[in-house]
Design a protein around this ligand. Structure first.
Ligand code: PBG
Length: 316
């Protein structure tokens, strides 16, 4: 086996997996204040950005070759029903308009969920201390439509309510947005790796946890069922999240559906690499590119990663 490992040229000739910036999406956090560029402490290199700063960052990313961004909004106020999520003048809606106006060639995706906008921090409408599935669907569809109206190229529901993809597809079509694709967070696990993200957007649930709607990390066959249901409801891409601890799930969904698969290398995966690197315990570039390559090798077509900007430089 060593004959083909002898030189760089030979190794390159037989390499099975090629990592390219063309498959990477950079998640970004946008705040409803002015002139803000505030570091997220647990995620070195990542900032909460006001809209003007976001537009600049989006331009840098586009110039570096990153084809797409995923926007998360941090509203100035939260309430019980997450009304900031579907406000036409909400932070994400304004941000989408601003970024598309300045960088029309950059693909703008939006996270569709209520948790950044609800005072209780849950991803749906809470009734009698429980997240009510069917009432939440209306609010999520309203959110997706408001993003499409603002000019979002793709909407990405991450709430894990049952039936939300079908509801969003139906309402997008009715409102004249039949060409807007849905990337569904299909197999989204109730993971400990979202910790830094929840600090970034202040969305830790006030009571309980998300295990009543996000998936049990022990299950994989169930992930395939989730992906198939979402595809039946009209999802264009199905996502697995987090990525590195769930490479087997990425592979199973790819093999069993044949659909485009996205993987989300989440905040905790990023923070763990950053922390080890800053202690000098890991070669950051090599370790980060190794994780991204393994996600691709497992069967992901596109990868959401906080490393997108750095990877664009490394892969140049
Ligand atoms: C919203 C949402 C979360 C993430 C993406 N969309 C958080 C959660 O479910 O608690 C996590 C992203 C990350 O950790 O990088 N529901």
């Amino acid at each position: 086996m060593r004959r083909l490992r002898a030189t760089t040229a030979l190794r390159d000739l037989v390499r099975e997996t090629e990592l390219s910036v063309r498959h990477l999406v950079q998640p970004l956090f946008v705040v409803a204040d002015e002139a803000v560029r505030e570091p997220v402490e647990s995620m070195p290199g990542i900032n909460r950005l006001s809209i003007n700063e976001l537009v600049e960052e989006a331009g840098d990313l586009h110039a570096a070759g990153v084809p797409a961004v995923l926007l998360f909004g941090i509203p100035s106020a939260k309430d019980e029903v997450g009304s900031g999520a579907y406000d036409e003048e909400g932070v994400v809606q304004l941000a989408v308009r601003a970024v598309k106006e300045s960088h029309p060639g950059l693909t703008v995706m939006t996270d569709v969920c209520l948790c950044e906008y609800t005072s209780h921090g849950h991803c749906g409408f809470v009734r009698d201390g429980e997240v009510d599935n069917d009432i939440s669907l209306e609010l999520l569809a309203k959110t997706a439509i408001s993003h499409a109206e603002a000019g979002a190229d793709v909407v990405c529901p991450s709430d894990m309510m049952d039936g939300r993809v079908g509801m969003i597809r139906l309402q997008l079509d009715e409102e004249g947005h039949s060409s807007v694709p849905i990337i569904a967070y299909s197999a989204k696990y109730a993971s400990a790796f979202y910790g830094p993200f929840r600090e970034a957007v202040d969305s830790t649930p006030e009571f309980g946890d998300r295990r009543g709607y996000q998936m049990d990390p022990a299950n994989a066959a169930e992930a395939v069922r989730e992906a198939k249901l979402d595809l039946d409801e009209g999802a264009d891409v199905v996502m697995v999240k987090p990525a590195t601890p769930y490479l087997d799930v990425i592979r199973r969904i790819k093999d069993e559906t044949g659909a485009p698969v996205a993987a989300y290398q989440v905040s905790g995966e990023y923070s763990a690499l950053k922390a080890a690197a800053s202690n000098g315990w890991l070669d950051e570039r090599a370790a980060a590119l190794e994780t991204l390559t393994s996600i691709k090798r497992a069967g992901a077509d596109l990868i959401f990663t906080y490393y997108a900007k750095e990877a664009a430089e490394w892969l140049r």
